[in-house]
Design a protein around this ligand. Structure first.
Ligand code: PDD
Length: 282
């Protein structure tokens, strides 16, 4: 595998960063994950829009303009001969002696890009036939979850707790009992009358790119979509649940805390969305 590291394409074994990089010491950085389908970067422009927004919110500069960045991303995909996969891009504030405030002399931001294979046909096969289990976990994150920061400890702890409970994803719940999002996904439910519900993005969750595309696909299918908060209890009584993310596409959640959602198999609404999203990717 080949990685892009600060201006060079290098074998993974030689892909290193400085120990004084603020990304390493403080998780002072942002990232994006983009799916690659048939060699194409899915929703690249919305991902770049979100990256630029994250950089701006943290007063970080971009290491290059969007044009060259597109070229680097495509080159990493090409050099790794990825047809279906996942591209990871990370930008950190750069190298400076360890001190909390931004360095007085702004360092050049460090940029790293990697890519790996991911079998989307297998993902979508799982979505159509099995789905995944969810486990509710308290959302203990900070107040800026709209920024796609590499500071992911609360997400990691939630995902780990979910895995230890035998589930695929953590369904994070705020102090008032409302579902926020997954540890690395957005969470949806389908009400008994067939309305799709997902939390609104001005509510301090990550504005998922897959969330936006699935929403568009759903509206094109004349489905009704509501953006509002819903409680864990409401979700447990829903007809269906599913999650969205770049790596999972649309994935039915068939049980939550060991309790079946609907009949405990991927439901008709989620399955229609999986197929429609697949068509969108293809
Ligand atoms: N995670 N919510 C959170 C907290 C996320 O980290 C992600 C993405 C999403 C879904 O966003 P998108 O549809 O743009 O992938 C929602 C990526 C995949 C990751 O951390 O690897």
């Amino acid at each position: 595998r080949i990685a892009y590291v600060n201006g060079a394409y290098v074998p993974m074994s030689e892909a290193c960063v400085h120990i004084d990089d603020r990304g390493y010491q403080f998780a002072d950085g942002v990232y994006e994950g983009v799916s690659v389908r048939h060699g194409k970067l899915i929703d690249l422009e919305p991902h770049l829009d979100r990256l630029w927004r994250s950089l701006g919110e943290l007063q970080m500069m971009a290491p290059m303009d969007r044009g060259p960045m597109r070229l680097v991303l495509k080159e990493v995909v090409r050099r790794n001969r990825i047809k279906d996969g996942f591209l990871y891009l990370q930008i950190t504030r750069g190298v400076a002696p360890r001190d909390h405030p931004f360095p007085a002399q702004t360092p050049w931001p460090a940029m790293v890009v990697t890519a790996k294979r991911l079998n989307f046909d297998a993902v979508m096969d799982r979505a159509m036939t099995q789905g995944v289990a969810g486990s509710s976990q308290p959302d203990i994150r900070w107040g800026r979850c709209d920024v796609k920061s590499t500071s992911l400890l609360p997400n990691i702890l939630a995902k780990q707790a979910a895995r230890e409970a035998g589930a695929f994803e953590a369904v994070m719940v705020d102090r008032d009992g409302y579902v926020t999002e997954g540890s690395s996904t957005n969470i949806w439910m389908v009400t008994k009358d067939g309305t799709l519900v997902t939390r609104s993005t001005d509510d301090n969750i990550l504005p998922g790119i897959t969330r936006a595309s699935v929403m568009k696909v759903a509206r094109d299918l004349q489905m009704k979509v509501e953006e509002r908060a819903f409680t864990l209890e409401e979700a447990k009584g829903a007809a269906e649940m599913f999650l969205t993310s770049s790596t999972s596409c649309a994935m039915p959640i068939v049980s939550l805390d060991g309790q079946k959602i609907g009949d405990g198999t991927p439901g008709p609404v989620a399955k229609r969305l999986v197929e429609a999203y697949k068509a969108f990717m293809d």
